[in-house]
Design a protein around this ligand. Structure first.
Ligand SMILES: Nc1ncnc2c1ncn2[C@@H]1O[C@H](COP(=O)(O)OP(=O)(O)OP(=O)(O)O)[C@@H](O)[C@H]1O
Ligand SMILES: [Mg+2]
Length: 407
């Protein structure tokens, strides 16, 4: 069918034609935002879910909602290996200008600007022209200890926002890539702001392990933040995600075609978009039948393998790949960590560092102690396609392993 009119949008963070199944979550967040704007306390949230469930599009949707409601918002994505002050400083500077720093800046706004300059200097980041235009207040946000300085800075920003009768919204994607110090600093900041009842809301998104990481960073994080789960879609919503955008373009999917696609996609948003997109392009005409889906199927799987799964696979060392292949042998669900080692033919301790690297890379996580699960849906089946043979692991000298000799 006409590719120009294909409504499906497989990709990271691309707003789907129909954002289904998230109404309750959006409504709850909207209520939190209204409370904050009305000067009432609200807990921050961190959206948790596997790869491709729609955390980023939801985070962006919530940010747009906050903007519409009059929040001043900052959105950053924590990339692996970059620093939080570097990402935050230019964004907070933008907010200060948006709060109308130039026009008759109030005392609190001036103070926020000077704390930001101090903060930027302490973390060796540029605050641009702000450095020239503020009177510095030494001793505020300039210790170089992020857990002290970030709360100071965000408190000052929220106070400035309160003066301007607005609120600050901090949106952070990929929270699992924050370092433990950065995550602790964000949590302490939320805690201090909550105690002062200032107009501020933190909304994060990340892989499911973030809840445990936050608890580890600060034990009170569990009570300070909510962790709504973002998962695969209810069957009726998944159906809607496929059928409604097509219908808007005058295209129908037979029920059997829909069932076939949803079974393959296991109701996961990203896979629905990808199947919808590829089947649309391959199908000769409307209505789309089950036969057309089956005809397109091998190509869709190849496409997914060469793109979505492959980019993740290519970031792994051979040893990490072997580890995941052993996991795949045990099926799609969480498995006992000890069984993975057993499958590889080694003791658990000898592959503990490999496992930890896979956690750090966001490939696996553990819901319960002693368990390991994939963060990418259907990665087990991909691993079996990619590496049909299960290879047992023969550990070499420890020194070689740590220096990457096995990689
Ligand atoms: N509720 C939804 N309904 C339909 N499609 C959706 C929905 N949520 C997300 N999608 C689609 O799923 C795909 C993945 O979305 P997104 O990038 O937000 O996922 P993610 O959870 O952030 O993934 P990752 O963990 O890899 O960053 C996109 O193509 C998006 O359009
Ligand atoms: Mg994302």
């Amino acid at each position: 069918m006409d590719r120009r009119r294909n409504p499906f949008v497989p990709g990271a963070g691309l707003q789907p034609p129909e954002l289904v199944g998230r109404g309750r979550l959006i409504e709850n967040a909207a209520i939190d935002m209204d409370r904050v704007l009305a000067g009432r306390p609200a807990r921050g949230l961190v959206l948790l879910g596997l790869r491709g469930v729609g955390k980023t599009v939801l985070l962006n949707r919530l940010r747009a909602l906050a903007d519409d409601k009059g929040f001043r918002t900052v959105r950053i994505e924590a990339p692996e290996g970059s620093s939080l002050p570097e990402l935050l400083t230019p964004e907070l500077r933008r907010i200060l200008y948006a709060l109308d720093l130039r026009r008759a800046a109030g005392r609190r706004l001036q103070r926020a600007a000077s704390v930001l300059v101090n903060f930027a200097r302490a973390f060796r980041v540029s605050a641009g022209d702000l450095e020239l235009s503020v009177d510095l207040a030494p001793g505020e946000g300039d210790t170089g200890n992020l857990e002290q300085d970030l709360p100071r800075l965000l408190v000052a920003m929220a106070e400035a926002a309160a003066d301007r009768h607005t609120a600050v919204g901090l949106f952070i994607d990929e929270v699992q890539y924050l370092s433990s110090v950065e995550l602790a600093a964000v949590i302490v900041a939320c805690h201090e702001i909550a105690q002062r009842n200032l107009p501020f809301l933190f909304i994060g998104a990340g892989l499911p392990q973030v809840a445990a990481l936050a608890g580890k960073a600060k034990s009170y994080a569990e009570r300070l933040l909510d962790y709504p789960q973002v998962g695969s879609l209810e069957h009726s919503d998944a159906r809607l995600a496929l059928v409604k955008p097509a219908r808007a373009e005058g295209v129908a999917f037979d029920d059997a075609a829909v069932d076939e696609i949803l079974a393959a996609a296991q109701n996961f948003p990203y896979f629905i978009q990808e199947w919808g997109y590829q089947v649309w392009n391959a199908a000769p005409a409307s209505p789309v039948t089950r036969g057309m889906v089956l005809d397109a199927s091998p190509e869709v799987v190849t496409h997914l393998d060469n793109n979505f799964f492959r980019v993740r696979f290519d970031r792994l060392t051979p040893l990490e790949q072997k580890y995941l292949r052993a996991m795949a042998e045990l099926g799609p669900g969480p498995c006992a960590t000890g069984r993975i080692a057993e499958t590889l033919g080694v003791r658990t301790a000898s592959v503990a560092t490999v496992r930890q690297r896979l956690v750090n890379k966001g490939m696996v996580w553990s819901q319960r102690h002693g368990e390991t699960a994939f963060t990418v849906p259907m990665f087990d089946a991909f691993m079996k396609r990619q590496m049909p043979e299960l290879v047992r692991h023969v550990p070499q000298a420890r020194r070689t392993e740590n220096s990457g000799g096995l990689q």
